[in-house]
Write a protein that binds this ligand. Structure first.
Ligand code: ATP
Ligand code: MG
Ligand code: MG
Length: 552
């Protein structure tokens, strides 16, 4: 509605629609470089670009910014498409590649040479860098700055034709070696790279820089609002310079804050390091902040979109607490996930007054938040499993669960009372012996007596075994760069306990679970069936605990 406060990017779009700046057109793009898998930071950019297009009757392109052949791969292109679709967005017939513009970009480069606005520079890269000067001192003009147009054209064509080795020449824009923006002190437009490109093969041995590619690609596609993250703010003068100097359609670059989450990181380069150094099992390891990792972990597209909306679009970078993301999925799954019983660290319980070869089926509600989810049967018998930490031989005052002489309720079943503890030679508890009260079926005592705890359990005879993977933060510090001293790297902050694998006992209804099914294991959290499951062995990932375990 009119009164809702719009973020500053949407405000710009609305103002432009009012003034007719772009003739009523809203055209955005999401421009990933295919040098890795998308992470949740990219999701924010996707939601913003595709979201704005949808809200204002516009269009959003998917454009691969593929100008760095060494780092780019088809595998990444495919994963990026899959992840954007999974998030719920569609570029329809608007799929583009910056590499499709290589010939046009080349022609524009020749145009700038002809206009005296670009030159071939033969200084080593290091000297080009130092020659830029500092924010307080002007740069030193390259001795090649005044090459003639003819010489520049000959050399640049030679570069294209593969006549020179890498590093021998670059093409630079001729702007101003004393410009207050360092980036405008004759920036590099082209470098020689004798490497295969994942799309153009060996057609090119010179490649344009990001700056010489991005604005012109936006321009060619008729983009109106070129939305990017704050670190590109200092590059905007160059974006503007190329569009203006070439005299082409000139989109407006607008910068917004990056999404950063605590206890993880948002850099493809570093995520690739995590994969290559073996700290995780791959780009889609459920601990990774990649969209494929979060998907495998059990996050839904909706929970990720809601996170992106909730963090807001501003001009200030900040850290978002991982808890905000976790709360999104908790809230969603609380409403939608069926409840099941699973014992993650099993301790055997023998109900000594329950007949040996007998069992029965009890009714269990699937989801107290959703009556339509109905109920199921759970088998009960003489031998059960409970969680090991639900029993204490010598419980402190505030421990209300099972202990010698104590009575508790088993969820959907009976009250049981512990009478005996069986230990092995080393003093480890191997099983406990209890009696049940047949009158308490369903969970209430006719005589009105109360118990202080309700515990989940499974029937030992009927339970299925499964591998359950429990996750903690990938890093032990909120900011992985927060290292104790200079000898340490961000990798020193990796959490050695980010993955715990347990052998669990599950109620038999879970045997029917399919890949990607989600449910709540009562008291233990929300879980999803992992892709490592086989026909005779299920593997579950814990998506998130029921409460924020780090809150206190
Ligand atoms: P990385 O540093 O992880 O490699 P990038 O910015 O180099 O990220 P690109 O593939 O160039 O990755 O990004 C595509 C788009 O996604 C860009 O417009 C970029 O600004 C945006 N983006 C990348 N990271 C984030 C983030 N953390 N939050 C919001 N937008 C992001
Ligand atoms: Mg990039
Ligand atoms: Mg980057």
């Amino acid at each position: 509605s009119e009164t809702v406060h719009k973020d500053f990017v949407r405000q710009i779009v609305e103002d432009d629609l009012k003034t007719g700046k772009w003739d009523g057109v809203v055209h955005t793009r999401f421009p990933p470089e295919p040098n890795g898998y998308l992470h949740i930071g990219h999701a924010k950019s996707i939601c913003l670009n595709f979201g704005i297009a949808a809200e204002y009757g516009g269009k959003c392109n998917l454009r691969f910014d593929d100008t760095n052949p060494e780092k780019e791969e088809v595998e990444y292109v495919e994963s990026i498409k899959e992840d954007i679709r999974w998030l719920g967005f569609d570029w329809e017939d608007r799929l583009f590649f910056a590499s499709d513009y290589f010939e046009q970009l080349y022609q524009w480069a020749e145009q700038l040479i002809t206009d005296g606005k670009a030159y071939v520079c033969s200084l080593p890269l290091e000297e080009i860098r130092t020659g830029r000067g500092t924010p307080t001192e002007p740069g030193t003009p390259s001795p090649y700055r005044d090459r003639s147009v003819e010489e520049n054209l000959t050399l640049f064509r030679g570069m294209r034709n593969g006549e020179f080795d890498e590093g021998v020449h670059v093409l630079r824009a001729k702007i101003d070696m004393a410009h207050k923006v360092l980036l405008l002190r004759d920036p590099i437009m082209y470098r020689i790279r004798k490497v295969e490109h994942h799309r153009t093969g060996d057609a090119w041995c010179i490649y344009p820089t990001y700056d010489f590619t991005h604005g012109q690609s936006d321009s060619l596609e008729g983009i109106t609002h070129s939305i990017c993250t704050l670190e590109f703010e200092n590059r905007r003068p160059l974006y503007d310079w190329y569009c203006e100097t070439l005299g082409i359609h000139h989109p407006q670059q607008i910068e917004f804050n990056r999404l950063n989450l605590t206890y993880t990181l948002m850099s493809k380069r570093r995520l690739l390091q995590l994969v290559n150094e073996g700290h995780v099992s791959g780009w889609n390891d459920p601990r990774m902040p990649t969209l494929s990792g979060l998907r495998r972990r059990g996050y839904t597209p909706d929970s990720i979109r809601k996170l992106c909306e909730s963090v807001g679009v501003t001009k200030h970078n900040a850290m978002t607490d991982m808890v905000v993301l976790e709360n999104q999925i908790r809230e969603e799954l609380n409403a939608t996930a069926d409840r099941r019983m699973a014992v993650l660290d099993p301790l055997k319980v023998v109900i000594t007054n329950y007949p040996e070869s007998q069992s029965e089926e009890l009714d269990a509600v699937n989801n107290p938040e959703d009556e339509a989810a109905g109920s199921r049967k759970v088998p009960f018998g003489r031998e059960l499993y409970i969680e090991r930490d639900d029993f204490m031989e010598d419980p402190p005052r505030k421990f209300f669960r099972l202990g010698p002489g104590r009575e508790v309720r088993l969820r959907w079943a009976y009250f049981i009372k512990c009478n005996d503890v069986v230990q092995d030679d080393d003093g480890n508890i191997t099983e406990i012996h209890c009696t049940y009260d047949v009158e308490t079926k369903g969970g209430n005592a006719p005589d009105g007596r109360k118990v202080k705890a309700t515990m989940h359990w499974v029937s030992a005879q009927h339970a299925i075994s499964a591998e359950v993977r429990l996750y903690d933060h990938l890093f032990v510090t909120e900011d992985p760069d927060d290292v104790e001293d200079e000898s340490q790297t961000w990798q020193s902050n990796l959490n050695p306990d980010s993955l715990t694998v347990v052998e669990a006992k599950l109620e038999p209804s879970l045997a029917e679970s399919k890949l990607g099914d989600r449910c709540q294991f009562e008291r233990k959290g929300y879980f999803i069936v992992d892709q490592d499951s086989t026909s005779d062995r299920l593997v579950f990932n814990r998506i998130v605990t029921l409460k924020d375990a780090w809150a206190k």
